[in-house]
Design a protein around this ligand. Sequence first.
Ligand code: GLA
Length: 386
Amino acid sequence: MTDIRDDVREGFAALYGYEPSGIWSAPGRVNLIGEHTDYNEGFVLPLAINRRTVLALGLREDRIARVASAFADEVVEIDLAELSPERLSGWAAYPLGVAWALGERGADLAAVPGFDIFIESDVPVGAGLSSSAAIESAVAIALNDVWQLGLDRSTLALVGQLAENKVVGAPTGIMDQSASLLGRKDSAVFLDCRTLDAQIIDLGFEAAGLVLLIIDTGVSHSHATGGYAERRASCELGARELGVSALRDVSVDDLPRAREVLDDVTFRRVRHVVTENQRVLDTVRTLREQGAGAIGDLLDASHVSMRDDFEISVAELDLAVETAQSNGALGARMTGGGFGGAAIALIRAEDLSRLQVAIDGAFAEHGYGRPDTFVVTAAQGASREP
Ligand code: GLA
């Protein structure tokens, strides 16, 4: 952490030739449970992780915005007056998309000063750990500070989502930015995606001797194309046919009727969302009443639902989950939007290395590329760095 902070400060000064006014950072996230429930106005339970995007920002006297990063060669430059979704593309769509989205949410882009930003990150890209939400959230809190906008964190999460939806072009929900902005150490964020009411839930992994392992399959995915939008459309169709504004309003008890009304595919998409919402509520209750050691079955059931009903898993994710389950994990599931990315396994610390070896072996045996496995802990959300 300290290292990235120093790197970013030095990278900024070397590139722009002056000292930044400050350093801000925001974490990636992993979702413990509650998948594809956010845009159905349901419940999610993600945590911010100990991998962060860090940026240095300096205000300018003119109205130019420049962004650069350690992971791209170019410096992208635009006049604030010209910011629009059509003008932004590539990686710069994330940071500059946030500047545009702040304008949509109340910032007077004709009155604020320009800025220079330099970004570095240790959130792995393409692993389903929301490296993009980490950039959006870091930029959102930084500009909120230096432009003195006074927006609260829920609004900043909506700003990040707007950038993602309208500038990047991915029809994603509110979970990732909320986790990155609201996360707390050793805790998960229990978010009601309809009201945006957020409660901090103690995870107690360490006290229970448990760790959360990420198994990044290396299978890449994009939510700007294909399956993600299709699933979202199926959910909206299901809600319309059931006469509700969002699937949040359908309960497990309503499923027999839904089966009569809906075609088989739509019914299974709906059943995933409805049962997943219930699993989030059950996980929160179990964490509170019995502790983390008791949530494994809920994680396993979530994976089955995504594999069979929502059909967003891939063979590598299924293999990661099955290998984890048969090598000591209390529970395991794919996490994030699906079609690639990572799985999580909740496991006793002493069983961790055995599982990592088993996963490497299973992937090699199937002829799959070597997965990246690493432990994450729940970390503090976006913040200004000292
Ligand atoms: C992606 C999206 C989120 C959420 C998840 C699935 O991460 O960005 O909004 O929909 O997929 O739970």
